[in-house]
Ligand binder design. Sequence first.
Ligand SMILES: Nc1ncnc2c1ncn2[C@@H]1O[C@H](COP(=O)(O)OP(=O)(O)OP(=O)(O)O)[C@@H](O)[C@H]1O
Length: 241
Amino acid sequence: MIEAKDLSKSYPTTTAVQGVSLHVGPGEVVGVVGPHGAGKTTLLRMLAGLLAPSAGEAIVAGVSTAAQPFRIKSRVGFVSGDQPLPPHPTPRELLIQQGQLQGLSKDVMERRLEDLINTFEMERFAALPCATLTAEQRQRTNLACAFMKDPAVLILDEPTHSLDMLSSRFLHITIRAAREAGLSVLLSSSALGDAESLCDRVVLLHRGRVLDQGTIPEVCGHVGVRSLSDAFLWHLPQLSA
Ligand SMILES: Nc1ncnc2c1ncn2[C@@H]1O[C@H](COP(=O)(O)OP(=O)(O)OP(=O)(O)O)[C@@H](O)[C@H]1O
């Protein structure tokens, strides 16, 4: 589960995230939606334990960002759409490394390794150096590494970035399976289509602030429009008024 309360992140020249509160329950997919620079990456990195908040607190997979931010890292599967991989190791080697970091026993590691290579259909490329992989194969490898932690929470920053239609379909299937398995999934997207087809609820973010949140019908209904993009656009003049 993710429970964020008044989370903020300030830099000397800008406030990237301002007072964001949100909730993601088990078996729920929530999308943080907003344009470039809205604060999506900053928010997700704080929730993944990769960045310390300037104010506010979040409980993620039972761990507080305020008390033990770095314990969150080992409990959360975090994947960013443009996450590079080291060029020389193979996906199989990276998965083993991840399992060792988690302190998995040899038996559990081997079982999980074979399961993940099978689930993410990595057989054809699991033994190739990462430098030779396509964008889709890199994304499958990053996802498999995230699942090596057997996480209760999955945080995906722009997960369809650089994927084509077929690869995106695979990602959608993976996210739906994670939801079925009871994981809490938080993803960010600047493309509204991902949110519309995947998310149980959305959080509209702009200039670091939440404009609105709820199911898509709720967010549209609050302002009397029919589409998520119209709902987003409705809020903009209100901000400058
Ligand atoms: N380390 C940093 N130092 C200073 N400003 C930063 C830093 N990281 C992010 N920002 C600023 O915070 C704001 C939010 O950035 P962030 O990357 O979180 O947005 P985003 O919604 O993920 O955008 P994009 O879709 O382009 O990745 C931007 O104005 C950005 O320039």
